[in-house]
Design a protein around this ligand. Structure first.
Ligand SMILES: *[C@@H]1O[C@H](CO)[C@@H](O)[C@H](O)[C@H]1NC(C)=O
Ligand SMILES: *[C@@H]1O[C@H](CO)[C@@H](O)[C@H](O)[C@H]1NC(C)=O
Ligand SMILES: *[C@@H]1O[C@H](CO)[C@@H](O)[C@H](O)[C@H]1NC(C)=O
Ligand SMILES: *[C@@H]1O[C@H](CO)[C@@H](O)[C@H](O)[C@H]1NC(C)=O
Ligand SMILES: *[C@@H]1O[C@H](CO)[C@@H](O)[C@H](O)[C@H]1NC(C)=O
Ligand SMILES: *[C@@H]1O[C@H](CO)[C@@H](O)[C@H](O)[C@H]1NC(C)=O
Ligand SMILES: *[C@@H]1O[C@H](CO)[C@@H](O)[C@H](O)[C@H]1NC(C)=O
Length: 387
């Protein structure tokens, strides 16, 4: 099933990315503009020629650095994210076509800071249709995404994908025009991981820099360098050798993971993250509520604590029945729930960092859960475990 890949092939893929990227931008691509091969439900703009016996992968491209371009090969900070389309991404890595049949769709072409709730909900629905529906047309899905908010999209997809097939989210730290662009190798490794039967039943995976990480806890940990996606406490679940995934252990899912079916959800309510620090006031919370906020997440200093001024201002919000989740700006460790769930207090995020807490709160609010149900969803597993 896998290409007879070698380290040389990986290196060649990288080189291909950097060497090919400049001409890719300058010339008109010979796109294969046939009708969607597998399903009219997906707007396919790239379709590889079908090879019998190879799995079928849907690539949903959203933009980001992996599709980024700069006039300079040494520029890895001032490039334009989301410049290259899905067909060019795939065509820069012909090795992909020895691994899987590929259909590509362009969900968006933006930097990850511009990814909206609508884009994420659309991708969740498409991924469920592609992988989990009756007569599912695809074996695997790969999402290409900017790295800055990649963990938010990956977490949401992980929390809403209703079957055990594999979805991999991938990005790059260097634009396609850079020397040693990491995008081509990352994309190849994302596809080899996505189509590997060994990946099933592990939830949504993130692959970058030759490592495989589960979406629930994986997060960006460095703003510039390649070895950025990590789950500090939980670790990597696998790594890639000659572009082939190797998993350290058999399939398992994070202990407290719950999957929610959002088939009927059309939008996520607004939830704001508030970053705490000395003398933080959060005195804009009433304005946020007036502007439509339905929940808040506090990125607390340490284990969920907020400044007294911030707490005082949030007390009124909580009184109004608006859920406030206390997480930690440290991005690691737990905000531990108290032994007895007490009404009118913060909801503890347990092990979820602020942005992941935000996504879970949005999902729960979108499903119409009450504040008590939301508290239980966040706190009950850890409370039950500890007390
Ligand atoms: C496909 O494209 C059409 C026309 O742009 C759009 O209305 C539709 O929502 C798209 N469907 C998907 C699944 O992206
Ligand atoms: C598909 O095959 C045809 C005929 O061999 C070739 O001209 C075309 O470039 C191929 N397209 C892709 C996307 O590989
Ligand atoms: C794909 O596989 C064929 C057959 O093994 C090989 O000849 C070809 O070089 C491979 N192509 C790429 C791009 O790896
Ligand atoms: C899904 O994967 C898990 C392992 O993570 C396994 O325990 C479970 O049986 C699988 N479910 C199905 C329906 O195959
Ligand atoms: C979605 O709505 C339909 C129609 O009301 C209902 O039959 C179905 O159970 C709902 N699905 C979920 C996951 O809520
Ligand atoms: C929010 O509104 C309530 C009710 O009007 C008021 O008591 C409270 O002081 C306001 N909080 C802030 C921070 O403006
Ligand atoms: C929590 O509630 C239980 C049962 O209602 C009670 O036995 C226990 O003392 C309470 N614990 C705390 C810390 O309030």
């Amino acid at each position: 099933m896998f290409a007879k890949a070698s380290l040389a092939a990986v290196a060649a893929a990288s080189l291909l990315g950097s060497a090919a990227a400049a001409p890719l931008l300058a010339t008109t691509l010979q796109l294969d503009k046939r009708d969607p091969v597998y399903s009219p439900d997906f707007n396919i703009t790239y379709s590889s020629n079908h090879s019998e016996g190879l799995p079928r992968t849907l690539i949903m491209a959203t933009g980001g650095t992996i599709a980024g371009a700069s006039a300079s090969a040494t520029d890895s900070t001032n490039y334009r994210a989301g410049s290259i389309g899905v067909a060019a991404l795939v065509e820069a890595v012909p090795q992909l076509l020895n691994v899987s049949n590929i259909d590509g769709m362009q969900v968006s072409n933006v930097g990850s800071g511009s990814i909206t709730d609508e884009i994420v909900i659309t991708m969740s629905k498409l991924a469920n249709k592609a992988l989990c529906s009756e007569d599912a047309p695809y074996d695997a899905v790969v999402v290409t995404h900017g790295t800055d908010t990649l963990e938010e999209t990956a977490f949401t997809l992980d929390a809403t994908l209703t079957c055990n097939k594999t979805l991999v989210v991938v990005g790059a730290m260097r634009p396609a025009t850079a020397i040693s662009a990491d995008g081509p190798a990352n994309l190849l490794e994302a596809v080899t991981t996505a189509v590997s039967p060994a990946s099933h039943g592990r939830g949504v995976l993130i692959t970058l820099n030759d490592r495989i990480c589960q979406a629930m806890y994986c997060a960006k940990t460095h703003s510039n360098y390649l070895d950025t996606f990590k789950a500090y406490e939980q670790g990597f679940v696998g790594a890639l050798l000659s572009t082939k995934p190797f998993f350290w252990y058999p399939p398992s899912q994070p202990t407290f993971k719950t999957v929610y079916d959002i088939a009927n959800v059309t939008e996520f309510p607004r939830v704001d993250v508030l970053y705490s620090h000395q003398e933080a006031t959060f005195d804009g919370v009433n304005a946020s509520v007036a502007n439509g906020a339905k929940g808040f997440v506090g990125a607390g200093t340490g284990a969920g604590s907020l400044s007294p001024f911030a707490s005082a201002n949030l007390a009124y919000v909580i009184q109004q029945g608006i859920p406030v989740v206390a997480s930690t700006k440290i991005n690691n460790g737990a905000v531990v729930p108290s032994q007895n769930a007490t009404e009118g207090s913060y909801i503890s995020s347990a092990f979820l960092n602020p942005v992941k807490s935000r996504r879970l709160l949005q999902i729960l609010l979108a499903l119409g859960k009450s504040t008590d149900e939301i508290r239980d969803a966040f706190e009950e597993p850890l409370r039950g475990y500890l007390y």
